[in-house]
Write a protein that binds this ligand. Structure first.
Ligand code: ACO
Length: 332
């Protein structure tokens, strides 16, 4: 049986920075409020002409280069995004494949909001373990600024743009293998986070003229409470299912939504400070891109060593959630 190994990580962050002070000139808020309630200091914003696939392509290119696997050997591309280049079609994954000059690969997008990267990791693992694919490129890419309402202080302070990507490939060595990925969803909470317009759920005509219907809308406080509960439960379950404890984890890489959520979950799991990866202050919430962007920071700081066990944990619109136990297994 083939196992799936996590070979490489890459990310791309747009140049332009939107600080809390910038936002305080746009809506009724302050740097102090945003910092205290979220831990976010700034977020990066893509240029007007820069698309989600542009961000994803740059992250993916770096991940392929670092993997040591030739681009021609990539046989599947999966992109997690809630801000695709085009709603419906074509998928952002097919556009990225073309921009990278890949051959006729299998390519598709998935929608699981902030849990997207954990979902595409599960997909890559399943395709590789079944023997259907050998080298899968997974990308979390978001231009959330395009679907953010910059008149709504409850959401516009949270979100940023960016992309992260990884190459997952087949191995016969069990010690290199992704140990486990858990995914889940509960549509009961679908209305906590949504972009109401543009789909058959709320035909365009019905919402035409409604300000903000194309933008993300969130019941922040309720989302916060479900997030802490679900993230903690999910991690406890995946650790127990694999006979591991928090002490076995080198890097705990949670979705970067809010410092208070990460702190509450980290404390409940008794994670030590040095285990918890934090990038929310400089990138804000980049949804499906947040975990690979955070992982890339650890890599670029020289701290992601071969064999290091990572614990990923995410939560997002849907509601969706997921966690993963992933040893870093580079080829070079
Ligand atoms: N500046 C100043 N005041 C504000 C702001 C702001 N930017 N935003 C809200 N307020 C006010 C509210 O109006 C409210 O005022 P009131 O008491 O007079 O009514 C007060 O602050 C408290 O509002 P809450 O919404 O209760 O604030 P809370 O402490 O919950 O923080 C936040 C809001 C930061 C949004 C938090 O709820 C949160 O982080 N939620 C979770 C977000 C998340 O994890 N999302 C999931 C992933 S996203 C995805 O899937 C795409």
């Amino acid at each position: 049986m083939a196992y799936a190994a996590f070979r490489s990580i890459g990310a791309y962050v747009p140049q332009k920075i939107l600080s809390n002070d910038d936002l305080s000139k746009m809506v009724d808020t302050t740097d102090e409020w945003i910092t205290k309630r979220t831990g976010i200091k700034e977020r990066h914003i893509a240029d007007e002409n820069e698309t989600t696939s542009d961000l994803g392509m740059k992250a993916a290119s770096l991940a392929i280069e670092r993997s040591g696997i030739d681009a021609s050997a990539i046989d599947m591309v999966v992109c997690a995004t809630i801000s695709p280049d085009y709603f419906c079609m074509p998928s952002t994954a097919t556009i990225i494949s073309k921009k990278l000059g890949l051959g006729p690969v299998t390519a598709f997008d998935i929608s699981a909001a902030c849990t997207g990267f954990v979902y595409i990791l599960a997909i890559a693992k399943a395709f590789i373990e079944s023997g259907m694919k050998k080298n899968v490129l997974i990308i979390g890419a978001e231009k959330l600024s395009a679907i953010t309402d910059y008149t709504d202080r409850g959401t516009c302070i949270l979100f940023g743009d960016g992309a992260g990507a990884a190459v997952i490939s087949a191995t016969e060595k069990k010690e290199e293998a992704i140990i486990d990925v858990h995914t889940g969803a509960d549509g009961t909470y679908a209305d906590l986070l949504m972009t109401p317009n543009g789909g058959t759920g709320s035909p365009h005509d019905a919402l035409e003229g409604e300000t903000g219907a194309c933008f993300m809308q969130m019941k922040g406080n309720e989302t916060f409470k479900v997030a802490v509960r679900t993230l903690t439960k999910d991690v406890k379950e995946i650790l127990a299912a694999n006979n591991l404890t928090g002490d076995d984890i080198k890097h705990f890489i949670p979705h970067q939504a809010n410092y208070r959520i990460i702190k509450a979950v980290g404390d409940a799991l008794k994670m030590r400070e040095e285990q918890v990866v934090l990038t929310v202050a400089k990138y804000g919430n980049t949804s499906g891109a947040s975990i690979p962007m955070a992982m890339n920071d650890v890599y670029e700081q020289g701290n992601l060593k071969k064999g290091a066990l990572m614990l990923l944990d995410a939560f997002g619109g849907g509601l969706t959630w997921g966690s993963a136990l992933v040893p870093f297994s580079p080829l070079k």
